[in-house]
Design a protein around this ligand. Structure first.
Ligand code: MN
Ligand code: MN
Length: 391
């Protein structure tokens, strides 16, 4: 019976929790085979995995969808992924003309445009304004407390928003319609110097997202501020930036050194080619929050004291790495794996295991690890964030 089941497993029809050395047994009870197929390294963990690492994965597909006329949003916050204290993420779609209403919040907002185009607007504390159009591969950053809006252009858009606080919820921001609805009409009348009747038709509650008509050209919407425009752009064209090419992919780094307004969020857009991996490394500044854009891969996280755990990721998933934990990411598919590494920090920084060893006395490395000159000669003094074995 058991042998029969094992033979079935080896046919590859249904994955079974049986390791290559025979450990484990078939799972014949209630199970979600689709999920098991998506998580092969949880069903059959690598033999080097050990110990207790909390969950480091959450998929946007497992979140509540907020549906509105004009678009949708869903989010991964500390509610969904409790370990993710530093950053929270929101995936949002706006239809052509759809508007994320005028609002602000206590957290900084960093965003990556996935598809389509949008018009973003903002005004800072000195009355300097900012109106810009953003397209695929562009970023924006709104500092904490600075009011803003987003509107889908001709083809609509979809984007990822990242906030520098895991407790953030996009459904709990300060919205203009909400404040109007909760301010007495006589106060609104006194504030703006118009009769109360001017507010007869204001929304009775927070709007959040609404359907509007597609706005005209950016020139036609221009508003001249007597104080000029903001001095540090809220927009950055990440995909237009030259990438660091490596033997197994590419990396684009964006932080306050090349996007000066982005003082609390740093990011790397990483491409890992088929058969390649993001090298063994860690980050000496903060936790890492990841968003997988395309392809599929797996990440193993090392926590010290014999503890390591592997997770499988694909487009639309969020991953997380606690501060300073060692990790690497392998492309497990046959197309390039693209993902964002994000940090609550003004700088992107990482420590390469390879470079550390290369710049340490080799006799010490040799005697510590019992490795021979073949490895010592292969060590690289220059960082190679994504590597591929030449074969
Ligand atoms: Mn916002
Ligand atoms: Mn990393």
């Amino acid at each position: 019976m058991e042998n029969q089941s094992r033979n079935q497993a080896s046919k590859g029809n249904v994955p079974q929790p049986i390791r290559f050395d025979g450990a484990g047994a078939t799972d014949n009870g209630p199970r979600d085979i689709m999920r098991d197929r998506e998580n092969p390294d949880m069903l059959v963990p690598p033999i080097t995995d050990s110990g207790l690492i909390p969950n480091l994965k959450f998929s946007f597909s497992d979140t509540h969808m907020q549906l509105n006329y004009g678009g949708w949003s869903r989010e991964i916050t500390i509610r969904e992924l409790p370990i993710a204290t530093t950053l929270a993420g929101v995936n949002m779609r706006l239809t052509p003309g759809g508007v994320r209403e005028l609002h602000w919040h206590q957290q900084a907002e960093w965003s990556f445009m996935l598809l389509g185009r949008a018009r973003i607007t903002s005004v800072d504390q000195d009355g300097r304004n900012f109106i810009a159009d953003v397209g695929p591969g562009d970023l924006w950053y709104f500092p904490p407390g600075i009011p803003h809006s987003i509107q889908g252009l001709d083809e609509g858009c979809e984007f990822l928003l990242v906030f520098d606080d895991g407790h953030f919820s996009d459904l709990n921001t300060l919205s203009i319609s909400d404040w109007f609805a909760h301010t007495p009409k006589n106060v609104l009348s006194a504030n703006f110097g118009v009769p109360e009747s001017a507010f007869d038709r204001i929304p009775s509650e927070q709007v959040y997202i609404f359907q509007d008509s597609i706005p005209g050209s950016i020139e036609s919407q221009k508003v001249q501020s007597p104080y000029g425009t903001i001095p540090l752009s809220f927009k950055h064209q990440l995909m237009a930036q030259a990438s660091i090419k490596t033997s197994g992919g590419s990396v684009r780094i964006v932080d306050s050194s090349n996007f000066p307004i982005s003082k609390t969020i740093a990011a790397a857009l990483v491409e890992i080619e088929p058969g390649a991996m993001r090298e063994l490394h860690w980050h000496p500044n903060n936790d890492e929050w990841q968003y997988y854009l395309s392809g599929q891969g797996r990440m193993t996280v090392f926590a010290g004291n014999g503890v390591a755990r592997t997770f499988d990721y694909r487009a639309g998933d969020v991953g997380y790495v606690p501060f300073a934990f060692g990790h690497y990411i392998q492309n497990t598919g046959n197309e390039s794996l693209w993902f964002l590494e994000m940090f609550k920090s003004d700088r992107f920084v990482d420590i390469s295991l390879n470079q550390w060893m290369a710049l340490t006395p080799h006799a010490l490395v040799r005697d510590n690890l019992h490795v021979d000159s073949e490895l010592l000669d292969a060590l690289r003094k220059e960082k190679q964030p994504v590597v591929k074995n030449k074969e």
